[in-house]
Design a protein around this ligand. Structure first.
Ligand code: PMT
Length: 394
């Protein structure tokens, strides 16, 4: 994939797209840029022309191009169509097949992989219609890069910032690995568990499922047959991944044990409750004195149970730690008899739970590797590559 068709729609983040073009060129991509009319209010086509070394396309009906069907040719030329920034309006149009300008027409004409980097105000991103439109695009096979959380141009703080150009480049590069997991079967756990206290309350944690889903998505793209055991999350269901939804640690244990036979690799990215209420009250627990005692008992350790099977798959655990990362991770590697453990520093807001990015320190018997902070999709691919390397060496 060396030819990137970059679509720029009209948002303040369009200035970042100039840096993106420059980065892509530095990494030997050939880039052609298509801009919407609104995008030209934020940044001049000449900037992209100078950076990409190619004329910028802005019109669907271009007198110079149309006799040779310019939009079809551009779509055919591209190895990948990247839209960054993709505004809420752009996402709405693409998801409904509206083709009233060059960028949206190219989306319909493109047969190559399409990726979009959304950018908008956080309220616009969270609006149910935008979420619904995004879900439709994902279902059509469009890959999403971001959006990221943080301070926005309008002063709001939240999810909606366009991913940084370096992260977008990393994402594109990660799409180019060969099918290293061809014919392998992977079982992955993701998300939190919910341990019911009564009919309306439960104990849970901050896991969003993004890390486990990224692993499942990337493993599937790398050629694996993937089974995903998912706790309750707010993520779109993955295409071509067998997904079993569960709530509690006990249900996750049962689902994993049901599916484990014949698996080559198991990755436990789920944040499973270590303890669960001994009894679930049949009615809502009433407010009583100033304190309340909860009687909890240990849950079954899912990943350790898998690692103890006679015919066990290559078993990879995660370790979420807020102190002495290496010591605790190595302890879990030995105690649970794992083949590999991905230690996750979760004491800070960036990375770890419910973030777009993450960093991992991976350990195995006699070795270790630090995977720096990066987009979870890219990180997932790097972890899977490391697993394949280790399996080949065993
Ligand atoms: O979901 P995200 O928002 O993307 O966040 C990702 C993450 C931080 C949840 C993920 O990267 C991560 O670190 N997952 C493991 C979290 C955790 O529960 O760690 P732990 O150190 O408590 O557990 C160690 C290992 O044992 C984990 O592989 C866990 O899945 C497994 N375990 C734990 C308890 C249990 N009863 N059964 C298990 O299998």
């Amino acid at each position: 994939m060396k030819r990137v068709l970059l679509g720029v729609s009209g948002g303040i983040s369009a200035y970042k797209s100039a840096e993106l073009v420059s980065l892509l060129i530095k990494h030997d991509y050939e880039v052609r840029v298509v801009m919407t009319t609104a995008a030209m209010q934020f940044i001049a086509p000449l900037t992209f022309q100078a950076l990409s070394g190619n004329p910028v396309a802005t019109q669907l009906l271009d007198e110079n191009q149309e006799n040779s069907m310019g939009h079809i040719n551009l779509a055919r030329w591209a190895d990948v169509f990247l839209i960054a920034p993709a505004t809420a309006n752009c996402i709405a149009k693409l998801s409904h097949g509206i083709a009233d300008d060059l960028l949206s027409t190219l989306y319909l004409a493109a047969e190559c992989p399409v990726y979009i980097a959304p950018a908008m105000n956080q309220a616009m991103w969270h609006k149910s219609i935008t979420q619904e439109n995004s879900r439709r695009l994902r279902q059509q096979g469009v890959g999403f890069i971001g959006p990221e959380a943080g301070r926005q141009a309008c002063g709001d703080i939240g999810l909606g910032r366009m991913s940084e150009p370096a992260a977008i480049l990393q994402f594109l590069e990660a799409q180019q690995l060969p099918s290293i997991l061809h014919a392998k079967k992977l079982l992955i756990t993701a998300g939190p568990t919910r341990e019911a206290l009564d009919p309306v309350r439960y104990i849970s944690n901050k896991s969003s499922g993004k890390m486990g889903y990224a692993l499942a998505e990337q493993a599937q793209k790398l050629g694996a047959e993937v089974t995903l055991i998912s706790g309750p999350v707010h993520l779109p269901k993955l295409n071509n991944v067998k997904t079993i939804f569960v709530e509690s640690a006990e249900q996750m244990y049962q689902a994993v044990m049901q599916e484990i036979t014949g698996q080559d690799i198991m990755i436990a990215a789920a944040a499973v409750a270590d303890y669960t209420p001994k009894k679930i009250a049949s009615d809502k627990i009433k407010k009583q004195g100033s304190t309340i005692q909860l009687d909890l008992e240990k849950t079954q350790d899912i990943v350790a149970s898998v690692a103890n099977l006679t015919d066990k798959p290559f078993t990879v655990g995660f370790a979420a730690e807020t102190q002495d990362l290496k010591q605790y991770a190595l302890g879990k590697l030995q105690r649970k008899k794992l083949d590999m453990i991905a230690a996750n520093w979760v004491a800070k807001a960036e990375g770890g739970f419910d973030a777009e990015q993450n960093a991992l320190h991976v350990f195995w018997n006699g070795g270790e590797k630090q995977l720096e902070m990066m987009h979870k999709q890219v990180l997932a691919k790097q972890l899977l590559t490391l697993i394949v390397e280790r399996i080949k060496l065993l």
